[in-house]
Design a protein around this ligand. Structure first.
Ligand SMILES: C[S@@+](CC[C@H](N)C(=O)[O-])C[C@H]1O[C@@H](n2cnc3c(N)ncnc32)[C@H](O)[C@@H]1O
Length: 214
């Protein structure tokens, strides 16, 4: 899944991952992070998700990163916000009140560019990446956010039945990526109605990742 793959998806409007409503799992479980209003939430691989509008409407600040500039233009149109666009270390930085979106590769985003975040919301980010990249992704996320707590939503299904993305992520794999830095709690596991891509029985798992107490 290189950059070209995702740019083509956006250009061809093959964006089955994009939900037409705010994710109910976000609404039901975001409180588990126990964050104060005005907290800054990082959405890696954010696309044009409506969840961003939900965060803003609920008085949180948002920072995202996304490869596709087409997606981010659509995001701001949908939000009805006119962004101020600048260049920052080779990435376009779309900015408005309470929102910063970097257009570029997550792996080029530094802790300095990201600035401080209070939590990570990973919906369809970890699952979007092939196995080798997921190890790199989780390590990079930990580094640039200084182990910010996470709400992580993952699919789990028989990978032999369907090619990713989205990929299946087992509890064992989540532990491999995150157990050294976080306490992991499975908040909910729900059946994907009608199956994943309408063919494959799958679960959608909601994980809470909190820093170990020292
Ligand atoms: C499966 S979609 C999920 C989008 C969004 N989180 C949502 O829930 O609708 C994955 C997104 O990640 C973007 N993407 C993939 N690899 C990326 C990378 N290395 N850096 C930044 N964005 C990336 C793709 O363009 C795509 O929009």
């Amino acid at each position: 899944m290189d950059a070209k793959f995702w740019h083509q998806k956006w250009e061809r409007n093959e964006i089955g991952f994009h939900r037409s409503t705010v994710n109910p799992l976000l609404i039901n479980h975001f409180n588990a992070l126990n964050l104060a209003k005005n907290s800054r939430i990082f959405l890696p691989l954010c696309g044009k998700t409506l969840d961003i509008g939900w965060f803003l409407a609920n008085n949180y600040r948002v920072v995202g990163v996304e490869l596709s500039e087409m997606a981010i233009r659509q995001l701001f149109i949908n939000l009805g916000i006119e962004p101020h666009v600048t260049e920052n270390q080779g990435m376009w930085h779309y900015q408005a009140e309470n929102i910063d979106i970097f257009v570029g590769n997550l792996f080029d985003l530094t802790a300095g560019m990201l600035d401080s975040v209070d939590a990570i919301y990973d919906r369809a980010a970890l699952v979007a990446l092939p196995k080798a990249m997921r190890t790199q992704y989780s390590a990079h996320l930990i580094t640039i956010t200084h182990v910010a707590p996470q709400l992580l939503i993952c699919f789990e299904y028989d990978q032999a039945l369907l090619e990713g993305p989205p990929f299946s992520i087992s509890a064992t794999e989540i532990k491999q990526h995150y157990a050294a830095n976080y306490e992991l709690q499975l908040l909910e596991s729900v059946d994907v109605a009608g199956g994943l891509k309408e063919i494959c029985p799958a679960k959608e798992n909601v994980w809470l990742l909190k820093q170990h107490r020292h």
